[in-house]
Design a protein around this ligand. Sequence first.
Ligand code: ZN
Length: 82
Amino acid sequence: MMNWLFKISLQDIQEDSYEEGKSDNPCICCGKNIKNPTYFVHLLTSGELISSDGDMEDSQGLFPIGNACKNKLPNNFYFKSC
Ligand SMILES: [Zn+2]
């Protein structure tokens, strides 16, 4: 099975109005607080999101994304928490 990985720059999906430090569980896209984070994106040190939740060297970890914002991404770029 081929396992293609795709990347998107975080800047491309982050809204201009995004403000850092506004909440404890900010959506990575819009910065609004997420009460019960359900979906996550995988951020790399390069500032890109990757379409895999597997371990990798340049991972910064998984970051929550809001329900509405996740729909702006291709569905292989967000992961449901278990
Ligand atoms: Zn959002």
